[in-house]
Every structure is written in structure tokens, then in C-alpha cells.
Design a protein around this ligand. Structure first.
Ligand SMILES: C[S@@+](CC[C@H](N)C(=O)[O-])C[C@H]1O[C@@H](n2cnc3c(N)ncnc32)[C@H](O)[C@@H]1O
Length: 280
């Protein structure tokens, strides 16, 4: 009876749905509600997963220790933050800025190097779906496999083309002038600027993730060689606020630094007035 109802009503948890169990902001678990996996153990007590099926999203269940846990529908960011990570990832504050600045949306084509743990891949796949594609390159086989698994869990694999390939390999052939956005997160993004330029449509964006100022300087200086205009460097700061009556203040804990972001927009070379191109 329950499963019949849940098929009709998208607000009900179905057998096999992934759900986010929420105890408090620091204690959340991404699990699969299933009539076949009866129990999930937490330090706040046992949750009967089979009993979650048929509940409405937003409802609560009690653990065996009487703790109240709310059943939330996971969003893309929940999948990303719960994914297996073996590399540094691009954080939400950074990839959401890239998304806003570049205007990526359903139907856009993105080229990415390297895939790493697939965090940025997952987020951009959710934006370009259902008509677009993220074409992502990862040199290391182990990271490539983990990223594929991570994206698959979020249900977005069909919007991603994975390649276990070093993008600097001369045998890689990309369609020219076909991507709206290139994201380079490799440690040495300046080496990939010409490849990105060739792949991008005219005026398409390149974004380079630079953990250090040295990398930022090198990539920006290379970008100023005439291939890109509108070159910009930013660092995004995000501070949590602990809001409580009469004692609201910033959180004592904060992610201090993730990366600097350098961006530019493709200038079509055939139209360049060479005389007027500055070399620095
Ligand atoms: C910091 S991680 C990328 C993290 C990713 N942006 C994320 O959000 O999960 C950098 C990755 O780039 C890969 N890489 C570096 N140079 C590469 C190249 N030339 N071609 C393909 N992958 C490369 C590395 O193996 C590494 O996995």
C-alpha cells in the first residue's frame, strides 16, 4: 500500500530513494531508504531505514535512543559534500561563483581538467542537464574511478563524459569552438590555456583554480598574452554566522583559504588586431 502511494506522490520516500538524515548541522547522513536494509547505526541511536519508506520528506523519525531525525530530500550539494574525496575539491562558494559569472545553464557545454574527486563535475552536471554536457579529463586512473562513482551516486552521469586521459597528451583531439566554459584545476593551468582557448566558443569563459598566489600570477600573466580578455582574479570568502538571540556573532571556525580564481573570456584570434595586442 505504501509503495503504491509513494509512486504517485513525489513527496513520499520510495523504496531505494536516497535521503539525508538530519540530526543537527554537523550530524547528517546520506543513506538509501530501503525495505531491505533495515537498520542504520549512528551514535544517536539506530534508525530503521525500512520505516522511512512511505514517510513524507520533511517528516521526522525517532532513533532507538529517542533522538529526533528529520528526513530531507538531498540536493546536489549534499551528494558533493558526502562524496569520497581523495583530492582537494572546489568548494561550493567557489564553484557557485564560477556558475554565476559564466552564465552556465541547461544546454551549456563545459570542459574540465582535472576531474579530481568530481565535486565541480557534479555541480556543473546538475546545471547543464538535461541538454548539455560536462566533458572532464583526469590523468590518474584511481581519481577517475572515484569521481565516476561519486557522480553516479548523484544520478547525473548521463550529463558527463569522463576521460581517463592527460589533457596535455598531444593525441587528445577536441572539437574547436564548441565549449561555453573551460575550468582548469590542475596545479599548472597556464599549460592548458591554449587547449582551452581552442576548445572554447568565441567569448567563452576560462576559469583557473589557483591554490597559491604564485600560480595565480603565472596564469594571469599567460592569459594577458592576447588569447583572453576581461581577465579577473578573485578570492571568495564565506563566513558562517552563529545567530542566537542577544549573542549573534561569526562562527569561531572558518575555512580560511581554498583558492584564488582567475578568469577570462576567449578572444577570437583571427579578428585580433595584432598591432594593438599588448604582451603584458
Ligand atoms: C585538485 S584536483 C581537481 C579537483 C576537482 N576540481 C574537484 O572539484 O573535485 C586536480 C586533479 O587534476 C588532475 N590533473 C592534473 N593535471 C592534469 C592533466 N594535464 N590532465 C588531466 N588531469 C590532470 C590531477 O590528477 C588531480 O586529480
Amino acid at each position: 500500500m505504501t509503495s503504491d502511494l509513494s509512486l504517485e506522490n513525489p513527496d513520499l520516500v520510495k523504496d531505494g530513494d536516497r535521503v539525508l538524515l538530519y540530526l543537527d548541522p554537523r550530524r547528517t547522513w546520506l543513506v538509501q531508504a530501503s525495505i531491505e536494509s533495515p537498520q542504520f547505526h549512528t551514535h544517536a541511536g539506530i534508525v530503521e531505514l525500512s520505516k522511512i519508506v512511505g514517510h513524507r520528506f520533511g517528516e521526522s523519525v525517532l532513533t532507538s535512543l529517542g533522538e529526533r531525525i528529520t528526513i530531507l530530500r538531498p540536493v546536489t550539494l549534499d551528494y558533493i559534500m558526502k562524496s569520497e574525496r581523495r583530492t582537494q575539491i572546489v568548494y561550493p562558494k567557489d564553484f557557485s561563483y564560477i556558475a554565476a559569472r559564466s552564465g552556465i545553464r541547461n544546454g551549456s557545454k563545459v570542459i574540465e581538467c582535472g576531474t579530481g574527486s568530481g565535486a565541480l563535475t557534479t555541480y556543473f552536471a546538475s546545471l547543464v542537464a538535461t541538454e548539455g554536457l560536462v566533458h572532464t579529463f583526469e590523468a590518474r586512473e584511481d581519481f577517475y574511478s572515484i569521481a565516476k562513482k561519486n557522480v553516479s551516486k548523484s544520478g547525473l552521469s548521463q550529463f558527463v563524459k569522463f576521460e581517463n586521459t592527460n589533457l596535455l597528451d598531444p593525441s587528445v583531439v577536441l572539437r574547436s569552438n564548441s565549449y561555453d566554459l573551460a575550468v582548469l584545476d590542475t596545479g599548472d593551468p597556464w599549460l592548458l590555456l591554449k587547449i582551452a582557448h581552442n576548445a572554447l566558443r568565441g567569448s567563452g569563459f576560462v576559469f583557473c583554480i589557483c591554490p597559491t598566489t604564485n600560480q595565480l600570477e603565472t596564469v594571469v600573466e599567460t592569459m594577458k598574452d592576447g588569447l583572453f580578455c576581461d581577465v579577473e582574479s578573485v578570492e571568495i570568502m564565506l563566513r558562517q554566522i552563529e545567530a542566537r538571540a542577544g549573542k549573534t556573532r561569526p562562527s569561531m571556525r572558518m575555512i580560511g583559504h581554498t583558492c584564488y580564481i582567475a578568469s577570462g573570456r576567449k578572444v577570437q584570434q583571427e579578428n585580433l588586431d595584432i598591432e594593438n595586442v599588448k604582451s603584458s
